[in-house]
Design a protein around this ligand. Sequence first.
Ligand SMILES: [Zn+2]
Length: 309
Amino acid sequence: MSVSRRIVLKTGAAALAASALPVGLATTPVWAKSALNMGEVKIDVLSDGNLRLPVKGVIPDAPADELAALLKKYNLPTDTLEPDCNLTLMRDGKNTVLFDVGAGANFMPSAGKIGAAMEEFGLDPSDVTHVVFTHAHPDHLWGLMDDFDEPVFPEAEYMISKTEWDYWIDPTTVDKINEARKSFAAGAKRNLESIEDKITRFNFGEEILPGIQALSSVGHTPGHTSFEIRSGSESLVVIGDAIANHAVAFEKPGWRSGSDQDGEQGITTRKMLLDRLASEKMHLVGFHLPYPGIGYAEKKDGAYRFVAA
Ligand SMILES: [Zn+2]
């Protein structure tokens, strides 16, 4: 497996802003690409921008002193986190597969940049043959339609786990889900309905496309899915949001994530996935890990560490 990387900074205002940052932050990408070759299979990561999330919401019940020490160790602020949004692109010569579509224009101003990233990358949205969803949260799904309600990826077939589909398409979900997630439920239903005749619903464990297997990683959402991509003896897992932070989720996988709909199940899934990734030394791409989010999990002193590739 070979990894090469080219970071492309957004030109204009953002590049100027980046150049004004202290040394060390100056190369923070606005959008960019990175490549990893696994035989016939080529993996690139396109940035959709980033989110802005309050630390209290993401890590709600960690011991305050331990959390503060951990955030300090990773040079992270204690008030607001700004996780990147990394969209994985897989090309095998036949299929061009995009994992999730990003946030679109109506979620957060700092996200929804995939169109610009693709342009920079030199890929036309109509070249995407398949869109595969890890789950139906806004930052992964709401980029489906453009401002004119036309599909952003006009030639794509869509795929999502049956469990995830059934949950969000259920008209009672919006009533049952907690207050903070009601807009997520309404947005998921509206977006999914718009592609109802173009979407395949798969079961966990299925090989959904040649070389891509769906792995159950539920907890973050009821049908959250990770994907194992195999090419010869090499493999990589698109983990989605099952491990959503390079500091806390790796070092303290047992701390509940406020982003997980089922916190306890999220912990079980995270520990299981980390154990497998580390013991089998598989590459991973994390949607919210520092751009481009490619690396692997290393087990050390009973905890894990994200090692960027
Ligand atoms: Zn997410």
